[in-house]
Design a protein around this ligand. Sequence first.
Ligand code: SF4
Length: 475
Amino acid sequence: MGERISIFDIFKIGIGPSSSHTMGPWKAALDFGQRLVDGQQMAELNSVDVWLYGSLAKTGKGHGTDMAVVLGLTGRQPESVPVEDVIPVFEDVEGSGKLDLMSVKTIDFNTETNIHFLYDQMLPYHANALTFVAHFNGEHSMAKTYYSLGGGFVLCEGEDQQKSHGFEMPYPIDTGEDLKKWCTQLNASISEVVIQNERALRDEHEIKEKMLELWQVMKTCIFESCKKSGSLPGGLDVQRRAFEMAEKLMPGQKDIHNTDEWMACIKNQAHTFSTTLKWLSCFALAVNEENANYGRIVTAPTNGAAGVIPAVLMYHLLFSPEAKDDDIFTFLFVAGEMGSLFKKGATISAAMGGCQAEIGVSSAMAAAALTECLGGSSEQAMMAAEIAMEHHLGMTCDPIGGLVQIPCIERNTMGAIKAVTASQIALESDPAKAKVTLDGVIRTMKQTADDMHHKYKETSDGGLAIHIPVNIVEC
Ligand code: SF4
């Protein structure tokens, strides 16, 4: 049986700026802390060390990996921690040298000496690895190594990933061909097949409630971010642009205090091709500015690419004449299934496959989802995903200063626009005549990922990260 992934594994509420470097290590720290609690060894515990390898070491500072492991070790959950607490909690540990481990025991913890960045060491299984070591009285210790696989997925070394994803689904899907087969056999759309699989885990009411919660976080993120100006943290002095763009498009938008009212005002404006494109870009910029600001976002399928799905869904709801409220479910079902296919057949980790694995996948997810919402067939939706990915193949990950800002924030606008274009092309095409299949492009992406030089896999050792001179101001 292949890996079974729920759409709620693909879409997760969390904190920026990175799913692999923030969310994954955070979850690993939570797991390690819980093992210490469950092992009833807290009374004997003296200290904890964290060792970061490979990409987690090279871009960990800019991606907030140190902050994430500290927050995780305190027992705070990424989906529920108040956003405004994130930096102060880390700064408190940094300043006091004390960490309240899982709210059970306060230990000495120096963020400079207990977190080790091993810039030149890589573990063989995955580029994103981290090891926690707990030291007890009497020189006894306990160590666990985790791999952050991208999209917030975490694997503890020696344990079976199927442990958390081993549930049976009535219509198992590992490839585009499987999905096509079920759509044909059941005479169903992609979203209809997906909801039947999701019912293996929870009832339809709960599924829809959880989806509305995801959309609530997505649209709130766009709305709130369009009210914030100034520069982003990290020392690059990158200025937020969504606010100014939104103000130019709809002067006074900052004074609207209700998300749905704000959306209704945008919808009721007269739009040209240019203003529609600008709003689409503005939505994507807004999400990823918030992501760079350690804000609350939905991983989709990663944090660096979190802007594409909300931007294209918002675009559809506001600008497609045929859009209806239920399209929120259709869109997220289809997008989630596409993300699963790429995770199973290739990767959604930039440390393994560059930016094609993040923005490329999110664009493919959005393209398929938009196509089904616009009345396309399941084959046309898969064709849209294929087209979107085909034109992201080989895209490298080279974030300047190790921060998820340049090129990441703008790149989400490009992923969103390509998704819309891919969808429009697919809707006008006969998939039976397509030369490249979805499975074909997934295989190609995997091979391209394997061939890609490590400089371009979230290490900040190549590309824009080394060729653009920048002055990073230490804050
Ligand atoms: S360049 Fe792409 S893959 Fe790399 S951190 Fe930025 S958004 Fe993520």
